[in-house]
Design a protein around this ligand. Structure first.
Ligand code: DQA
Length: 147
């Protein structure tokens, strides 16, 4: 069986990881997270397409672009988690299994962060484990895909 391809999406402000509110998000950079994901993907026989954007439309375009190309989506929608019907609809439209991840425990922070527009169209949500949320999410997706 050929390697499954996964779209990894990082939403707004995640390009600033490492310097952005380190007390909340830690000191690992986005590059560090992507490196760890790439190593794990190799172990799990997955190929990754990694995209970060601060723009909602670009994230929707990337999700649409996964149709017919990728077998699953690993997404940290960041602030768009709590606002974006467009990203939710794009995930639903692709019908690809998606896992939602967050570095912080969104349920233990401001009340508005507890609501996710994405969770109802995701296979599941993993939050609160820092960069490990992404790695756990990739493992969960691999298992879902029979990898
Ligand atoms: C986040 C949590 C969101 O509430 C926030 O807007 C982010 C990052 C996280 O990974 O913990 O930008 O998605």
């Amino acid at each position: 069986m050929s390697a499954a391809r996964i779209l990894v999406l990082h939403g707004p402000n995640l390009n600033l990881l490492g310097i952005r509110e380190p007390g909340v998000y830690g000191t690992t950079t986005l590059e560090g997270i992507n490196q760890a994901l790439t190593e794990l993907a190799c172990e799990l026989s997955l190929e990754l397409d990694i995209v970060q954007s601060n723009s909602e439309g670009a994230l929707v375009d990337a999700i649409q672009g996964a149709m017919g190309k990728c077998q699953g989506i690993l997404i940290n929608p960041a602030a768009y988690t709590h606002t974006s019907v467009a990203i939710r609809d794009a995930i639903a439209a692709t019908a690809l299994p998606a896992v939602e991840v967050h570095l912080s425990n969104v349920h233990a922070r401001e009340p508005f962060r507890s609501h996710s527009f994405i969770a109802p169209v995701a296979v599941g949500q993993i939050c609160g484990f820092g960069p490990d949320s992404y790695l756990l999410g990739l493992r969960a997706l691999a298992k879902r895909l029979g990898k």
